[in-house]
Design a protein around this ligand. Structure first.
Ligand SMILES: Cc1ncc(COP(=O)(O)O)c(C=O)c1O
Length: 376
């Protein structure tokens, strides 16, 4: 393998000499050792003489890759056999449509919490298939917090209750799972496997891979089997969970590389100490940046209320948009990329998923202090 552009061994800027701190919201930083291993497996996986990108999805090598990915997913999550694990193309946005298509009868109602840009989009998709009750409307508070139970207006007998556990754009999260009597469905795209989760309170959980799990284009979908059995079966096959389950995630040519990468990342999480360790690291990493906001004497303002602060996406703004822009530009010159806030929120957003190193958070916090001292 070439060494000139591969990650080297000299560590100068947190990681390798030719890599920089990547604060992108997704696709996002992946564990460096997994990227290096993938480079080898793209060339020749399991001594087969063929790379992972080139193997048939029906051959024995991919059989093994898929089985190992599912097994690693069960190991890291602790999910039992009463859960179906599926890898489905089309990212989380396809899941926005598939969940109602499969589980929302045309005359039924589903409860949705509108807690951010992505939750809002999931509502628009569900409306194609049935009635949606917006049980919390976060547009009223500019998505600065997630609701407590006193702010949620549920429907009795709803087909399901959908929420997004971590809101990527404004940087809020549910510390606790919202209370609901209806089957819970959760979009965990931007914090999947970032902390222990009470899976069994849910009926369906999904996540686009490109933040904490792997490359873009594929979603991890977890379905409680007894709930999945109630889903529609008279749908076009690519949109029907029952068909995907029956085909074991190989209804058509699946995203083989994405599944391979997820398997590797699940193993990495397990080897690092699992979800408890991920939570410990993510909590520490995010506090480093939140401390820099809170001790800035008002120079930096967090977009999220303190009680709703995300450990994955830290969002804040400076006193003016011009300073926001200068901050992003100067941070880039210091090898910190991807800090510009989402177009709907403005400001700055530091996305610091599982694989993002603590040194990057320290580097950003010290840059924030220095920038505020120069411009405050
Ligand atoms: C919470 C959340 N849900 C859904 C999506 C959409 O994911 P995809 O682009 O994979 O469709 C995103 C993307 O950033 C997200 O952050």
């Amino acid at each position: 393998m070439s060494t000139s552009t591969s990650p080297g061994t000299t560590t100068t800027h947190g990681g390798h000499v030719d890599r920089i701190f990547n604060f992108s919201a997704g696709p996002a930083a992946l564990p460096e050792e997994i990227i290096q291993k993938a480079q080898q497996d793209i060339w020749n996986i399991h001594g087969s003489g063929i790379g992972i990108l080139e193997h048939s999805h029906r051959g024995p090598v991919f059989d093994r890759v898929l089985a190992e990915a599912e097994e690693a997913c069960r190991r890291v999550s602790g999910l039992g056999d009463d859960w179906e694990i599926l890898f489905i193309q089309g990212g989380a946005t396809t899941q926005f449509a598939m969940m109602p298509m499969n589980f929302l009868p045309a005359d039924g109602t589903a409860d949705y919490l509108d807690t951010g840009v992505w939750a809002h989009k999931s509502i628009a998709e569900a409306r194609h298939f049935g009635n949606v009750n917006v049980a919390f409307d976060g547009t009223q508070c500019n998505y600065d917090h997630v609701p407590g139970s006193d702010e949620i207006n549920q429907t009795e007998g709803a087909a399901y209750f959908h929420y997004c556990s971590n809101n990527t754009v404004f940087g809020t999260r549910f510390e606790n799972i919202p209370d609901s009597d209806s089957p819970l469905i959760c979009d965990t795209s931007s914090e999947m496997f970032g902390r222990p989760f009470d899976w069994d309170r849910h009926c369906a959980i999904y996540a686009g891979a490109q933040k904490n799990l792997g490359p873009s284009g594929v979603a991890l979908v977890l379905l409680k089997k007894d709930f999945a059995e109630q889903g529609r079966t008279d749908l076009p096959s690519m949109f029907c969970y029952a068909r995907h389950s029956k085909a074991g995630s190989r209804l058509n040519t699946p995203p083989t590389f994405g599944i391979y990468m997820m398997g590797q990342v699940f193993n990495w999480i397990h080897e690092q100490g699992g979800l408890t360790e991920m939570e410990r690291r993510n909590s520490e990493k995010s506090s480093i940046i939140y401390d820099a906001i809170d001790t800035s004497g008002g120079f930096y303002t967090g977009l999220a209320q303190e009680s709703s602060r995300s450990h994955m996406n830290v969002s804040f703004r400076l006193p003016t948009e011009e300073l926001d822009d200068r901050f992003v530009e100067e941070a880039a010159a210091e090898k910190m990329d991807g800090l510009k806030g989402h177009r709907d929120a403005g400001g700055i957003r530091a996305s610091i998923y599982n694989a993002f190193p603590r040194e990057g958070c320290e580097c950003l916090a010290s840059f924030m202090k220095e920038f505020a001292a120069r411009n405050g």
